[in-house]
Design a protein around this ligand. Structure first.
Ligand code: G6P
Length: 369
C-alpha cells in the first residue's frame, strides 16, 4: 500500500498532489490552445441537443453535486441556458417535471451511486437526454447515459473526493465553452481567453501545492477548533460548501458553508473569538462585498483565514491568515481556490489523529439508497 501511495502518507494527500497531472490528463487531446479547439466526442456527436436545450438539469450527490452548482454558474454565464442542480436523492422521488429536449447531466466519480443511477433512469424513461460526467470507465452511470465525457482523473481511493472534483469542473468548463461557442453566446475573444486560462490551470495548481507548508501551519493553529465556517460569493460560493463538506468528512468538526451574503441571516450568531471563518476571496466582481463581510466577522472578534490572490492587500490587512492562489478568470477560480481547502482539511484530520482515507461511517461509493 505504501507503494500505491507513491511515497505519500495517505491516499488523500497523494490524490491532492496528483492534481496537476490528473488535470493535464483531463485536458489532453481535448483542449488545443494553439488552434483554439475543444474536442469532447460525447458533446460533439450531440451538439444540437445541447445548443437547442431549453434547460439543463444537473443530478448528483455529495462533492459531485457541488461541481454541479459551479457548472450551473458556468453554463448560465457562457451558454445562456437555464440550469437546475438537483440532489439525486430528492430528484428521484419528487416527481420532477421533465420536458422533451431537457438535458440531464449526471455527475459521478464512481458512476455507481444508487440515487444518481435511479434518478437518471427515471428521467430517461420520460424522454430526457442523459449525459454522464463520470470518472470510472464502464461504470453503471456511464453505461446508462446516452453520451458522456470521462473525467480521466485516475482511480480515487481516498473516501473524501479531491482530484475527481477538479476533473469534473474541468470537463464541465470545457462543455460550457464548447456549447457557448456553438451557440455564439460568447464572443471569440472571451472563448480564447477562457481556453488560455484553462490551459494554465495545472501549472497554477502546482504553484499552490508548492506552498503546502504554510497551509499546514495554518491548519496547526485551528486543528482543535470546535466549529468552522466557510464563506464565498459567486463561483466561490460552492467552493465554500465543498470546503465545509471536506473538513467535516475528515476531521468530524461541525462545519457550515454559506454564501457570504447570507451570513447576517443566521450564521453570524455563531461568531465569537473561538470561531474560525474561512473566506474564499479571490479577485472577482464581488471583491469589495467580501471585504466588508470580513470586517463584519472581525468586528465580532472572529478569526479569519482568507484565500486570496498574491497581489491582494485589502483582505490581507483585515485577516488573521491568508493562503495564496494564482490569479485566473473568476469562472475557473474554483479549480484553484479549492486546493488550499483540501490541504487544510487533510492536515487538520491528520493532526486530530483520524483516518483521513477512511473516515468513520462514510463509503467511497454509496450503492444503496
Ligand atoms: C459518497 C462519497 C463522496 C462522493 C459522493 C458521490 O458520499 O463519499 O466523496 O462525493 O458519494 O459519489 P459519486 O461517486 O457519485 O461522485
Amino acid at each position: 500500500a505504501q507503494i500505491e501511495k507513491g511515497g505519500f502518507d495517505h491516499f488523500m494527500l497523494k490524490e491532492i498532489f496528483d492534481q496537476p497531472a490528473s488535470l493535464t490528463d483531463c485536458l489532453r487531446g481535448r483542449l488545443d490552445v494553439s488552434n483554439l479547439t475543444l474536442t469532447l466526442a460525447g458533446v460533439d456527436q450531440h451538439l444540437s441537443v445541447f445548443t437547442q436545450a431549453k434547460r439543463i438539469i444537473m443530478v448528483a450527490c455529495g462533492t459531485s453535486w457541488h461541481a454541479g452548482l459551479i457548472a450551473e454558474y458556468m453554463i448560465e454565464t457562457i451558454c445562456r441556458i437555464p440550469v437546475e442542480v438537483e440532489y439525486a436523492s430528492e430528484f428521484r422521488y419528487r416527481d420532477p417535471i421533465i420536458h422533451p429536449g431537457d438535458v440531464i447531466i449526471a455527475i459521478s466519480q464512481s458512476g455507481e451511486t444508487a440515487d444518481t443511477l435511479v434518478a437518471i433512469e427515471r428521467a430517461k424513461e420520460q424522454g430526457a437526454f442523459i449525459f454522464g460526467v463520470v470518472n470510472a470507465v464502464g461504470s453503471s452511470i456511464a453505461r446508462l447515459s446516452h453520451a458522456g465525457a470521462y473525467t480521466h482523473a485516475g482511480p480515487e481511493i481516498g473516501v473524501a473526493s479531491t482530484k475527481a472534483f477538479t476533473a469534473q469542473l474541468t470537463v464541465l468548463a470545457m462543455m460550457a465553452l464548447k456549447i457557448g461557442k456553438a451557440k455564439q453566446s460568447i464572443s471569440e475573444e472571451a472563448y480564447k481567453h477562457y481556453l488560455t486560462e484553462l490551459s494554465q490551470i495545472p501549472e497554477k495548481v502546482q504553484v499552490i501545492l508548492s506552498g503546502h507548508e504554510s497551509i499546514r501551519e495554518v491548519a496547526q493553529v485551528y486543528a482543535e477548533a470546535n466549529n468552522f465556517l466557510f464563506l464565498g460569493r459567486g463561483y466561490n460560493f460552492p467552493v465554500a460548501l465543498e470546503a465545509a463538506l471536506k473538513l467535516k468528512e475528515v476531521s468530524y468538526i461541525p462545519c457550515s458553508g454559506y454564501p457570504s451574503g447570507e451570513v447576517k441571516h443566521g450564521p453570524i450568531a455563531l461568531v465569537d473569538e473561538t470561531l474560525p471563518t474561512m473566506f474564499i476571496a479571490t479577485k472577482d466582481k464581488y471583491y469589495d462585498k467580501i471585504v466588508s463581510n470580513i470586517q463584519e466577522i472581525k468586528a465580532r472578534k472572529g478569526k479569519v483565514i482568507a484565500i486570496v490572490n498574491p497581489d491582494d492587500s485589502a483582505i490581507r490587512g483585515v485577516s488573521d491568515h491568508v493562503m495564496e492562489v494564482p490569479e485566473t478568470d473568476e469562472l475557473l477560480a474554483p479549480l484553484l481556490t479549492v486546493i488550499p481547502t483540501q490541504l487544510m482539511s487533510y492536515y487538520i484530520g491528520v493532526l486530530r489523529g483520524l483516518d483521513v482515507d477512511k473516515p468513520r461511517n462514510l463509503a467511497k461509493s454509496v450503492t444503496v439508497e
